[in-house]
Design a protein. Structure first.
Length: 472
């Protein structure tokens, strides 16, 4: 009886050939698993293709909601952006798929799982590590890395020779992966880091020159760091008037979204709407040189309108609600969280420990944020929170100022005490002189520049008169 293997099946050329290759060349019984994270338009057709290619069973799962709620939202709350830019769309999807591979393998009694990664990218690391964390007894195979070794032309010939159900399209010049949280584009001409990415690389976002001339104003609602609502309005002049909760979809975009728990799939709809709105205004393009976990640098281009908008808005609420100490430390946590996700270490105790800290920081990250979309930018133009630590009565320079100015005197004395002590005991700070005898002198009165700091060089200069050559 053949051993069972569960294959992450995309429906494309590589994994369709892999189904047949695993059956014919390796003697496996293949169970196909297709997971929709927002990029699979025709799931029934993909299921039929897997079965026709030789899979004994085919699972087709819509995992968009758990993807948003269990993976994207925690990363958003953490502020996780790899190298300060990449919102980790692909990296967040891989542990979810790996978890489903393990769950299907347990249900089917399979001893193997497989994925379609090559031997050069990050995804192989993410899949292999995630499976090892969840089910170390399972063996992992990546056909494209572990023996299939076919070029695209050889895969097409193999598919045709075996009558595989395949619609062979012209080869894309790019390698693309996408889900609700973002779209990644690499390879082809993008490998020349000096060249501007051509427009045919982009699918979700308009070029800035073609984006609408008028701006779009959004208002996003957050509850404990999670986005729960969206309303929109037009802002033709870039004004600061707030969005109308009753804005019609026909005039200004999608209608308001329900609060958390107000409807199934609310998070999915919110992310989809922001991808459309942001993309229309050219928001969400990222072009970066990325440090891959496998040790090489690669040029990566991303489209992630919703993620870019939500990260900016989430930061704005945190700026109101987090105290300075928490905000400072959480910035380091965000970097560490992004590193873990990028390196495939989602299912680790370290990530769970960080989640506990992040959850604590998000208790008061509740409020509204206004974001203006215009010509490629997502600019926060207003924010409010019932838990805001920003208090106008303390911050104002106008009437009503309640800040104790005299308290600053003692504060400064104590804050500067270590500096003054060091100067007294160990010597003053070493500096290069800024005032030089160069003929440009300002006399400030009789005895100006006293104390032997410098000798006046224009003795005839009247007190208070600036050397007319000063600055020449």
């Amino acid at each position: 009886m053949p051993e069972k293997i569960v294959l992450a099946y995309s429906g494309g050329l590589d994994t369709t050939v892999a189904v047949k290759w695993l059956t014919e060349m390796r003697g496996f019984e293949v169970i196909a698993l297709t997971v929709d994270l927002g990029s699979q338009p025709n799931l029934p057709a993909i299921r039929e293709r897997a079965l026709t290619a030789g899979a004994s069973r085919a699972y087709v799962l819509d995992a968009r909601q758990p993807f948003v709620e269990r993976f994207c939202w925690p990363a958003l709350q953490a502020g996780a952006l790899y190298q300060g830019q990449y919102p980790l769309a692909t990296a967040l999807g891989r542990p979810l798929i790996a978890q489903l591979l393990v769950e299907v393998a347990a249900r089917e009694g399979a001893g193997w799982v497989a994925h379609g990664s090559t031997g050069k990218g990050n995804d192989q690391v993410r899949f292999d590590i995630a499976v090892g964390a969840l089910a170390p007894h399972l063996k992992v195979l990546a056909p494209l890395r572990d023996g299939m070794s076919m070029t695209r032309e050889q895969e097409i010939d193999y598919a045709r020779a075996h009558g595989l159900p395949l619609e062979v399209k012209p080869e894309s010049p790019y390698s693309v992966d996408e889900n609700l949280w973002g779209r990644s584009i690499e390879a082809g001409v993008l490998e020349d880091a000096l060249l501007k990415p051509p427009e045919d690389a982009f699918l979700w976002t308009s070029p800035v020159d073609a984006a609408p001339a008028s701006s779009q104003l959004l208002e996003l609602t957050f509850e404990q760091g999670i986005p729960t609502g969206l309303s929109t309005s037009s802002s033709p002049s870039g004004g600061d008037h707030g969005p109308s909760p009753s804005a019609s979809a026909g005039d200004h975009g999608p209608p308001p979204f329900p609060a958390r728990g107000g409807g199934q799939g609310g998070g999915i709809s919110l992310v989809e709407a922001l991808n459309l709105l942001g993309g229309r205004h050219g928001v969400g393009r990222i072009d970066m040189i990325e440090d891959r976990f496998v040790g090489i640098k690669s040029r990566e281009v991303y489209e992630a309108p919703a993620a870019v908008i939500l990260h900016a808005a989430h930061r704005a609420v945190e700026e109101l609600a987090l105290d300075a100490e928490a905000a400072h430390f959480k910035a380091a946590v965000a970097q560490e969280y992004a590193r873990l996700v990028y390196q495939g270490k989602w299912f680790t105790s370290h990530r769970r420990n960080l989640d506990a800290y992040v959850a604590s920081t998000q208790r008061f990250v509740t409020g509204q944020v206004r974001v203006k979309l215009h010509k490629g930018s997502a600019q926060v133009v207003g924010r409010s929170s019932p838990y805001s630590l920003y208090q106008p009565r303390l911050a104002t320079y106008s009437a009503g100022d309640q800040f104790d100015h005299q308290a600053a005197v003692g504060f400064i004395k104590l804050a500067g005490l270590p500096v003054r002590t060091q100067a007294q005991v160990q010597g003053t700070a070493v500096t290069e002189p800024l005032l030089k005898d160069d003929g440009h002198v300002v006399e400030v009165g009789p005895g100006g520049l006293e104390g032997g700091l410098a000798e006046p060089v224009l003795a005839a200069t009247l007190p208070g008169v600036v050397d007319p050559d000063l600055g020449r």
